[in-house]
Write a protein that binds this ligand. Structure first.
Ligand code: GRF
Length: 199
């Protein structure tokens, strides 16, 4: 299955996907990486792996619609079948959603629906929860609201900072994102409205 990764920053989840795509049981190939933040580390990771990489500044487009049209054009050009939002810090609009709804996932560093939006690990610390975690879900028009596919709990220690909790969560994300992409490619994720089933 041909996939694309959209990322705005470091791209450690992109790296996890790069590192595992040649596994003998891998079901996917990353054919494009797109960022909305020119100069993002994710782009360097893509280029090092010889994956076509596109830096698109939304400011260079007259509207979000035009910006996303360009993204969809690149995705179609590379025959992308599945999209991973890995630290892509924008709400997806109509253009991209219409093109890839049900074929696009997002990673979020909390046990959704708790702590949606930015700085989820800090939100968890501030709320005093003892358990947080990470979620992979299908993307819909909301912010971190689509049908949940996979979740993993992570303990919050009293001495955790946003950075240390984020680091613990990311270790799980790196494993889970590869797992979910492989499951999807094997048609093993079934949607039932807002719920999903892994078979
Ligand atoms: C991840 O922790 C993900 O949950 C959130 O953004 C972070 C991206 O990290 N949406 P990276 O760029 O993949 O290192």
């Amino acid at each position: 299955m041909k996939i694309a990764v959209l990322a705005s920053g470091n791209g450690s989840n992109l790296q996890a996907l790069i590192d595992r795509q040649d596994d003998s049981n891998s079901q996917y190939r990353i054919v494009a990486v797109i960022t909305d933040k020119p100069g993002a580390k994710a782009i360097e990771r893509a280029r090092n792996a010889e994956i076509p990489a596109y830096e698109l500044s939304p400011k260079a487009f007259v509207s979000k619609q035009e910006y996303e049209k360009q993204i969809v054009q690149y995705l179609h050009q590379h025959e992308v079948q599945f999209v991973v939002l890995a630290g892509y810090m924008r709400i997806v609009g109509e253009e991209l959603l219409q093109a890839y709804e049900g074929r696009m996932i997002n990673l979020h560093p909390s046990l959704l629906p708790a702590f949606q939006g930015l700085h989820a690990p800090q939100q968890a610390i501030d709320a005093g929860v003892r358990v947080s975690g990470c979620t992979i879900h299908f993307v819909d028009e909301g912010l971190d609201t689509g049908p949940i596919i996979l979740q993993q709990a992570v303990l919050v220690d009293f001495h955790d900072t946003e950075q240390s909790l984020q680091a613990k969560i990311q270790q799980h994300e790196h494993r889970m994102v590869v797992e979910v992409v492989n499951l999807y490619a094997q048609n093993r994720i079934i949607r039932h409205g807002r719920r999903t089933e892994i078979i």
